[in-house]
Structures are given as structure tokens and as C-alpha cells.
Design a protein around this ligand. Structure first.
Ligand code: 5SP
Ligand code: CO
Length: 215
């Protein structure tokens, strides 16, 4: 069954608690929490104090996407703030394998992600050690961008590799996901769809939840 992970970047920040409640009522699977540091990506979003407050009001899985240079510096803090999954970029550290080990040492699930310009080979040595692989289908830093097609081949590769080697990671896609691009991602083998602008433009959030699940 497809999982849906709305990105809070596109929600109404003035009513955050209400937005979390709407997500719960819509039956989403994960809350996707985008952290941007103004260094790894050219934008700044939000971080632990907000994550910690969200943790106080929901039991939904918090899927933290760290768009942060040298994420090792913040893994412990994001774990303590209440993340369930911590996903880091292969481009953001010289020691991605150690960083994955650090995430697991906190007791949280570890994800790795790669930009549209990064070859899939860069994550292959990590695949047996991670819980999730996030394929970026936009250049990270902003919501509302257009889907970049080269992610589809990466999703297919990850699906085949997972089956061939009997691995357990989830295949997640992030960026420009809407009704149409979701279909292509699902056909290619995606298992978790992140969606921000498409998702929150709906008044009734159960609609994009069902559409993205392919129901
Ligand atoms: O990580 C990111 C952007 O860097 C995403 O999670 C976006 O927030 C998704 O937004 P849409 O492309 O769905 O509007
Ligand atoms: Co994201």
C-alpha cells in the first residue's frame, strides 16, 4: 500500500496544530519535515523547536528531511526532538556511512537521499544499511517546483536492487509530486510519496491522500 507524506513546508504555519489535526483526520502516513540550513540549500526553513512542539501533539511518524551541510552535527538533536526517520543527503557529508550509523545509534530509522544531479551509484554502498532511500525529483530548497524526470530511472533501479538483494528500505520520492507525476512514480516502484504544494492546495486533505495512494 502506498504511503503519503505531506510536506509541512506548504501548510499554514499560523495554524500548525490545526494543520496536524487535519493530516491525522485525512489518514496520512508520515509528516514530512523539511529542514533547510541556507548553506546546503539556498533557503532556510524550520528546525528542532518546531519539531519538538509537533511531537507533543501527534503520534504520526515524523519523517525528517535534513537539507543541511554536515548533518552529523544535528542528528542527536533531531532524534531527541522527536523524529522517527532521519534522512540525510549523500552530497552533504564526507562520511555518509558513519552518519547513517550515528542515526541508528539514536534508535531512529535512517534514510539517505540524493539530488537530481547525483548518480544513483552514490547510494548503492549504503543500501543494505538504510531504512529508506529518498529520490529527489527537484533540486532541494523550495516547494512548488516542477518534477524532474530523471528520478524515475533511479526509482526503477532501487526497486530492482531491493528485490534482487532481498532488502527492506522504503523507496520515497520528493519534489513536484502531483496527481500525474505520482502515477509515474508508483508505476516505477515508489512506496512513499512526499507532496507539499499539490497536497495542501486542497481544502479536504482526504482527497489528495486518496489520489496519491492511487485509490
Ligand atoms: O524537500 C523538499 C524541497 O526541497 C520538498 O519536501 C518540498 O517541500 C516538496 O514540495 P512540492 O514540490 O511537493 O511542492
Ligand atoms: Co523534502
Amino acid at each position: 500500500m502506498m504511503k503519503v507524506a505531506p510536506s509541512l513546508l506548504s501548510c499554514n504555519f499560523l495554524n500548525l496544530q490545526q494543520e496536524i489535526k487535519r493530516l491525522e483526520e485525512a489518514g496520512v502516513d508520515y509528516i514530512h519535515f523539511d529542514v533547510m540550513d541556507g548553506n546546503f540549500v539556498p533557503n532556510i526553513s524550520f528546525a528542532f523547536p518546531i519539531l519538538n512542539q509537533i511531537r507533543q501533539v501527534t503520534d504520526l511518524t515524523i519523517d525528517t528531511h535534513l537539507m543541511v551541510q554536515d548533518p552529523e552535527r544535528y542528528i542527536q538533536t533531531f532524534a531527541e526532538a522527536g523524529s522517527d526517520i532521519i534522512t540525510i543527503h549523500v552530497e552533504a557529508t564526507n562520511h555518509i556511512h558513519r552518519a547513517v550509523q550515528m542515526i541508528h545509534a539514536t534508535g531512529k530509522k535512517a534514510g539517505v537521499t540524493l539530488n537530481p544531479g547525483t548518480p544513483i551509484d552514490s547510494v548503492v554502498p549504503l543500501l543494505k544499511d538504510v531504512d529508506l532511500v529518498l529520490v529527489m525529483t527537484v533540486n532541494p530548497g523550495f516547494g512548488g517546483q516542477q518534477f524532474i524526470e530523471n528520478g524515475i530511472e533511479k526509482i526503477k533501479f532501487l526497486k530492482d536492487y531491493k528485490e534482487k538483494h532481498h532488502l527492506n528500505y522504503e523507496i520515497e520520492v520528493d519534489g513536484g509530486v502531483n496527481k500525474d507525476t505520482a502515477k509515474t512514480c508508483i508505476e516505477a516502484g515508489a512506496e512513499v510519496l512526499v507532496a507539499g504544494s499539490y497536497f495542501f492546495k486542497h481544502k479536504d486533505l482526504s482527497i489528495p491522500t486518496s489520489v496519491l495512494r492511487g485509490e
